[in-house]
Design a protein around this ligand. Structure first.
Ligand code: SF4
Length: 480
């Protein structure tokens, strides 16, 4: 019989159906290139953490039964002071601990995370592992989390990569709460039949919502932007789960009610201000998009972990809507930090007075960061910021299409408004993958020919983003 893992246990706390599906293997997360890269970074960070304890013994058995037997024998050997990836199975619950350090017959558990932020979820993770270790007959006296230090720079010693935070008190409190419910969860997750799912507020963030409570429902109330728990409860009390069924006298605020009316009338909403806003755009306009790379272990000197490093941009220049007169692009040499060169080229390519159209706040943050980094270029860069126009913010406030399903991201608005344009034919078709392949280029993971082909795909992807904005803008104007 399958053991209850940390994931199953924690999912069950949120929703029994989700816990059951995790257990039965019906819930498979897809692993795109970006996710794969993040996972590899996590493994790399874990290995560096282990190097801080040269006396440590790694339990490298993948099979949980043999791994737990080896762990038990190591823990019962007083000569062993540190164990990596210790495995535990007790009463059908299983877990692995990143690092365990002995103090007499008690253990200090260290959870290694590859992020810089201390998160509330970590307490749950550590509490679950601590609980299973204790159920296995060993005593944990201390729980700490090792996070990546923002002060680390490449070239520093491994010790400087981490900061350690003591969460013993919070973890022990949570272990106490878990112990009260674990028998109940064990019983429920091992039931042969899936428990009947029911709609709850937590479903809105569930990764299998579309296959579970959202299945077959076209305009679910979760498509209402910024739906609060109290509004959700009110709608559910009236047995309303579809936007179509919400009455005119609804608890929705004005911006949410626009979505309701759009869905019910099947007509887009166009604000009275949209015309004036779009007419204020100065031509020639420049459509700008950046890509950036962020890594746990910095790729270049003098960069902090998880700093966002712009790596490329695309600019479409138009003399009037959908009338492209020029295209500029830049892709950094992955072997070095090219932010200064990128900033210089950017100033050059965006010379003029026309509006710079972007989609989200990201480009503003990147240009502001470049301005801080290169004080001698900051005057020109700051002028670029003054010319920015965020097309997504304009859409969010002034336009809604019944098929937007509550989102104004370009991946949602483009297929609705410009259905003949898509990212399907592109080999790199999302920002996460673009970031991952750039990092692999920087880490010299590809042969020369493959690297050159990938650089072309990166340029194609970024170019598609700015072309998408050109087409979206034109389509919006057609609604006026
Ligand atoms: S959609 Fe809701 S009921 Fe279904 S598994 Fe997710 S959280 Fe549970």
């Amino acid at each position: 019989m399958q053991n209850v893992s940390k994931e199953i246990f924690l999912n069950s706390l949120e929703c029994l159906t989700l816990g059951w599906l995790t257990r039965s293997g019906q819930f498979q997360k897809t692993r795109a290139m970006g996710n794969m890269f993040r996972m590899e970074q996590g493994i790399k960070v874990g290995r560096i953490a282990q190097k801080l304890y040269p006396e440590g013994i790694l339990v490298d058995e993948q099979d949980m039964e043999s791994a737990s037997m080896k762990t038990k024998s190591l823990m019962n050997n007083p000569k062993i002071s540190t164990i990596f990836e210790g495995a535990f199975i007790s009463d059908g619950f299983s877990t692995r601990a990143d690092i365990l350090k002995r103090k007499d017959n008690n253990w200090h558990m260290i959870e290694v995370k590859s992020g810089v932020k201390d998160k509330a979820d970590f307490i749950n993770d550590m509490a679950y592992t601590t609980m299973v270790i204790e159920l296995s007959g060993f005593n944990v006296y201390k729980d700490t989390v090792m996070l990546i230090s923002k002060d680390f720079r490449s070239g520093m010693k491994n010790e400087s990569l981490f900061i350690e935070i003591d969460h013993t008190g919070d973890v022990f409190d949570r272990v106490y709460e878990f112990k009260r419910v674990f028998k109940q969860i064990k019983k429920l997750t091992k039931m042969p039949e899936k428990p009947d799912p029911f709609l709850q507020f937590e479903c809105r963030r569930c990764q299998i919502f579309k296959e579970c409570m959202g299945k077959g429902i076209d305009n679910h109330i979760f498509d209402i932007p910024r739906l609060s728990k109290s509004t959700f409860d009110e709608l559910i009390e009236s047995n309303i789960i579809c936007i179509e069924d919400i009455p005119d006298e609804s608890p929705l605020i004005q911006s949410q009610d626009i979505v309701r009316v759009c869905v019910q009338t099947k007509k887009p909403f166009v604000s009275d201000d949209l015309k004036e806003i779009l007419e204020s755009i100065l031509w020639p306009a420049y459509y700008l998009d950046f890509e950036a790379v962020t890594t746990a272990i910095p790729l270049y000197p003098n960069i902090a972990p998880y700093d966002q490093i712009p790596t490329q941009y695309s600019i479409h220049k138009c003399s009037k809507p959908d009338f492209i007169t020029d295209h500029f692009e830049y892709l950094a040499d992955p072997r070095k930090d090219c932010r200064r060169e990128l900033a210089k080229n950017l100033n050059n390519d965006l010379k003029g007075e026309g509006s710079i159209i972007v989609y989200s706040n990201f480009e503003k943050r990147i240009i502001t960061g470049l301005s801080r980094l290169c004080p001698d270029l900051s005057e020109e860069l700051d002028l670029l910021v003054d010319r920015l126009i965020d097309l997504e913010a304009i859409i969010r406030k002034n336009f809604y299409h019944p098929d937007f399903k509550g989102s104004t991201s370009i991946k949602r608005t483009l297929p609705v408004l410009v259905p003949d344009m898509s990212y399907n034919g592109l080999e790199i078709s999302d920002g996460d993958s673009a970031m991952a392949v750039f990092a692999y280029l920087a880490l010299d993971k590809y042969e020369y020919e493959k690297a050159e082909a990938i650089k072309k795909r990166l340029l194609d992807y970024c170019k598609q983003d700015t072309l998408a904005m050109v087409k979206l803008h034109k389509r919006l104007i057609e609604y006026l």
